[in-house]
Write a protein that binds this ligand. Structure first.
Ligand code: PAZ
Length: 371
């Protein structure tokens, strides 16, 4: 299959004008809206949107094949648990079949739940019963208690997406609802969202046939919705985006470029292979958002960011990158805990626990700065 790209890149606006909303959008949006309204009425309650897992890009509308990425949803599912433990109400917008809060501890590949159970044979003709083996009870108990607590309080709402199109529409819808929370709303955008997609008019209807020989695909760039999200959809929300790189040299400059470009509060950078052990918080020295359209100027005195996002110019402005004083970086490393005598890497502490601890204070300061 060969598909030619449209000459104009999609803007956020043209994307939503031309790409159809997914089935079920209305119902899911309504659920998220009700959830936000419920918690908005509770004085001081903070609500976080956690996005999690990878997005697919279907190659056929009767989908047999699709492009995907590596993300298992560990970051999002783990973070959601820590947000709940800190009193947040959590909207968990996640990829279908990716890891979920609480059940992630018993994933079929790492820790199959059948291994937790033992059979107690009947003693008097009644049927046998099943119990959790004593050696697993200790670790299961707090997880089960936290799970029941989230269920009975209704503080966790899970909503699924699969394709990048599902994700974009749901993100727009939930942001519209969460905007009314003002600064009490946090956006923790950990999903690994495809940078490229096939516009629906170029998606084959049926399974692509191998008779055609080679398959070449030309994909369009997914519009950078973070920009309208920050500047129009929810100007008051506390917004945390993630930046994944495989070249560590790019982590900080690209995180700074994202802050500069979108004007939000925090970028958490992580390198693919070390993401479970260390992350870097990249933020501006001041808490304030830059004025619309001025973020780039804060770094280098022109309207061009130091590193452009993919699909735009890849020009690197070294002079801009060297002006570091506008930004600060804070590394969180499990190895540091070990050095300090705590439980670090391969111990019981998860990096997400450290991330959420750091975020609590920053979010509270963001709220206090306005009130
Ligand atoms: O889902 P996971 O735990 O396997 O990976 C988490 C992650 C690397 C996808 C996340 O931390 C992240 O960086 N998300 C943003 C990716 C990006 O679009 O740059």
């Amino acid at each position: 299959m060969s598909a030619s790209s449209s000459s104009q890149p999609f803007s956020t606006e043209s994307y939503f004008q031309t790409q159809r909303p997914p089935a079920g959008l209305k119902e899911k949006s309504e659920k998220m809206h009700q959830f936000v309204e419920k918690w908005k009425a509770v004085n001081g309650k903070k609500v976080v949107l956690v996005t999690s897992g990878g997005t697919t890009v279907p190659l056929e509308s009767n989908t047999v094949r699709f492009l995907d990425n590596f993300s298992a949803g560990t970051r999002g599912a783990t973070s959601a648990e820590y947000f709940l433990s800190q009193g947040y109400a959590v909207i968990f917008l996640h990829r279908l079949h990716s890891l979920r809060p609480f059940s992630r501890h018993y994933s079929h590949s790492l820790n199959p739940f059948l291994d937790l159970l033992s059979i107690v044979p009947s003693s008097s003709g009644s049927s046998s019963s099943i119990v959790v083996s004593p050696d697993h009870t200790k670790s299961l108990l707090p997880i089960l208690q936290a799970y029941h607590e989230a269920q009975s309080s209704g503080s966790l709402l899970s909503v699924e997406f699969q394709t990048v199109n599902d994700y974009l529409w749901l993100l727009k819808a939930v942001t519209a609802s969460m905007a009314s929370l003002g600064r009490r709303g946090m956006f923790y955008l950990a999903a690994a969202v495809s940078d490229f997609f096939l516009p629906e008019e170029r998606v084959a209807e049926h399974k692509i046939q191998s008779l055609q020989g080679t398959l070449s695909l030309e994909m369009d760039q997914v519009p950078k919705v973070l920009k309208p999200l920050v500047q129009e959809w929810t100007p008051e929300g506390y917004i945390v985006s993630f930046k994944l790189e495989t070249d560590t040299q790019l982590l900080i400059p690209k995180s700074r470029a994202a802050l500069s470009r979108y004007g939000h509060q925090l970028v958490i950078g992580n390198e693919l292979h070390r993401r479970k052990y260390e992350v870097v918080f990249v933020e501006r020295n001041s808490m304030s958002k830059p004025e619309k359209g001025t973020g780039d100027d804060r770094i280098k005195g022109t309207a061009t960011p130091p590193i452009m996002e993919s699909g735009e110019s890849e020009k690197l402005d070294v002079a801009g990158l060297e002006q570091k004083e506008e930004y600060k970086e804070t590394w969180l490393r499990l190895d540091d805990l070990k050095d300090e005598g705590g439980k670090g890497r391969d111990g019981e502490v998860e990096i997400e626990e450290l991330i959420i601890k750091e975020l609590l204070d920053r979010h509270q300061r963001w709220i206090d700065a306005r009130e």
